[in-house]
Write a protein that binds this ligand. Sequence first.
Ligand code: IVH
Length: 668
Amino acid sequence: MKLADAKKRAEELRKTINEHNHRYYVLNQPIITDFEFDILLNELETIEKNFPELVTPDSPTMRVGSDLTEEFVQAEHTWPMLSLGNTYSAGEVAEFGERVRKSLGYDPEYVCELKYDGLSISLTYENGLLVRAVTRGDGTAGDDVTVNVKTIRSIPVRVRAEMVPSSFVIRGEIYLPRKGFDEMNAARQARGEPPFANPRNAAAGTLKLLDPRIVASRSLDCFLYYLLGDRLPADNHFDNLKAARQWGFRTPDVIQLCHGMDDVLSFISAWENERKKLPYDTDGVVIKVNSLVAQQLLGNTAKSPRWAMAYKYAAEQAVTELLSVDYQVGRTGNVTPVANLRPVLLAGTTVKRASLHNSSQIELLGLHYGDSVIIEKGGEIIPKIVAVETGRRVPDSGPVSFPETCPECNTPLVRNEGEANHYCPNYLHCPPQITGRIIHFVSRKAMDIEGLGEETVELLFSNGLIRNIADLYDLKHEQLAGLERMGNKSASNILAGLTSSLSAQWHKKLFALGIRHVGETVARTLATGFPDIDSLMNATEEQLSELPEIGPRISASVREYFSDDENIEIIRRLRAAGMSFEGPVRQARAGGPLAGKNIVVSGTFEGFSRKGIKAAIEAAGGRVTATVSGSTSFIVAGSDMGPSKREKAMKLGVQILTEEEFVKMIKE
Ligand code: IVH
């Protein structure tokens, strides 16, 4: 095939494949079989393999079919998703019982359930239909992952029982059974991909995938343990879950009604070992006051309900020997000590390294080389040293002392007043700081640049091709393709990934810059408070501190970042490469023409891309939601709106606007 023919055919295929994707995922009306679809996709993949220069960043081969090629839409929780107070001590569970007794004036019934180790999800049903599935997010709003949740077979998409309230929320935990986890990791390793550390991480990673077909291929499951609504079937938690089970929901199969704290404590000890026989991971017991009236009387603190508590089973421990300590320099210059241990078996895996956090931790433990140390595995991937058996110390063993200079570049380390960490101040020239910043920038939670991982960044750096994040966007195909272990295809993939990253969301770009103390949550807050980078750059520390959760430490760090000429130059170059640093203001703008409106978009538009129309709605103060429901204010319909959506809108009496009418409305 000649290049010109290949180009023409690739374009045809892309158009056809996109149409079929749309029919399959958005309209739910495929007109070809999956097999026929795969043939088309294969043909396109083959062309792109033979002519890498034809790969486009938006080719369907890059992100195989989904109606959500962008990020998930945010949705607010009607009732905030609180967390639970937790403890490792039976004594504290008894104290919780005492507090409850004092507040209520009597000893109530409790319900005990196992604490599932997954991620929480909130499902909203309206008129029997699952309309929304939202992750916990920050407790007030989370990601709308409905398309993915619908692939979980045990979650009913429609409930058809009698006496089901017209509207309710049911919450629970999505998890990956151990068998599914093992299979998935085996497949990943066979493909040369890194395995997930535990079923919880694997479940979380799966739920956030942009392709529901991959989600469907993994065996996610869900237990639902909390019913909310204005008209619930019963006045207590236990019977509400019973009703939910009758409606078809998978509620906990280990659940017990307890008459008093003694019952609760027996449940806890009975399940400590028994739970290990279950096919999924649990890490404790959740204890809930049964009566809803009593729950209401007890109320909530800002963070968690006073009527429930989690007891966590102690993490498993092991004893081993401290061999040596490495000092790793991170992207912000922080120096983290890591202990090398004599390998030991702990909770099913062999442990060779443990985190020591910082120098205070070393001092606190009074650590010497050769010490016998007790290690523990909590929720983290890497275990930690929790204690030293000083009685078994070898005479003459020297204490572990923190280095005074950077192990990578020899610059004297600094420790700020009041901070536990030492850091290397050689921001500009210390190699792991340079590569660490770039690796952070390209990482999944930041710019999510496909094809650019840790190893490739190291390779580009050691070949002198990049020194900062702006250099990435100057990379040329021939520079990349010339490197060892890199072919034409990988080079094209990287360039395509870089191009599509130019339009990443504002808060992700801000997080990607790697400003000290600006993590994902802080980046979101800043991006909501400041519509673009210019307003953020010009903000004073006082203005920054006016935002929720932004204190003097963060404000000072943001100011410091933007006072550095080198950083300003990097931002200038990123902008020159086509990167914009601005976002739709997510919070409903009080004055915006669409303030307080929930809007569904469907079909394709003349003047907007899907992303563009969402941005326009948000900029006007509206909120984009994924599915049509009673709370939908109106639908903006493009040229090929799905008939199922149209039918539903008619049924619910939801207004349908054309693109033209919509434009007029936002211009008002
Ligand atoms: S009830 C307001 N029940 O644990 C009470 N939570 O540490 C709502 N979890 O956020 C939670 N198993 O993600 C409840 N049987 C269970 C649970 C459970 C696991 C999780 C849930 C929650 C977290 C709190």
